[in-house]
Design a protein around this ligand. Structure first.
Ligand code: SME
Length: 162
């Protein structure tokens, strides 16, 4: 656990500015992935998986090439999606079913994107450092995920059920 480079309030304000006047899901998700990747320390992947065709499909991200499709309930992303809750994994190698996209990843946080109880997808951050993510990251990323959900017209993105 550690303090981010900048206070959380600054980052949340930057997120609001990022989405101003734009409702396109891919545009906003792409810029949010870039903002998080450059603002939060010690990450090797930051991005999205979206619920399309009954499973999760990779969306905009920063980092190394990732697994394209993840079944609901598979890995950390699929578990967070199926359970509709944030999951923090201190050591991904100890998480049953973890999907290794980049051998450098050692810890992970996955935050579901929810419109009410409807699943849109997940926000996924990976770190090379074991134990990188804690409750303060969930407290920062959950409102950011809600801001993304509120800022986009999801029917433009081919998300199941929208
Ligand atoms: N590790 C994830 C897969 C996605 S990558 O980390 C980008 C998982 O187990 O769901």
């Amino acid at each position: 656990m550690h303090a981010p480079h900048q206070p959380s309030e600054d980052l949340i304000q930057q997120v609001a500015g990022l989405f101003a006047g734009e409702r396109d899901p891919w545009a906003n998700a792409a810029n949010l992935a870039a903002l998080l990747f450059e603002s939060l320390p010690d990450l090797n992947w930051a991005g999205f998986y979206f619920l399309r065709g009954g499973g999760l499909v990779v969306g905009p991200f920063q980092g190394r090439i990732a697994c394209v499709r993840i079944a609901l309930s598979a890995g950390v992303c699929g578990t967070a999606a199926a359970d509709r809750r944030t999951i923090i994994v201190e050591d991904v190698h100890a998480f049953p079913g973890h999907i290794a996209c980049d051998a450098a990843s050692n810890s992970e946080i996955v935050v579901p994107l929810l419109a009410g109880s409807r699943l849109i997808g997940v926000l996924d951050l990976d770190s090379p450092t074991v134990g990188r993510f804690g409750p303060e990251d969930a407290a920062l990323l959950e409102p950011i995920a809600r801001a993304l959900v509120a800022a986009c017209d999801w029917h433009l993105a081919g998300i199941d059920g929208f």
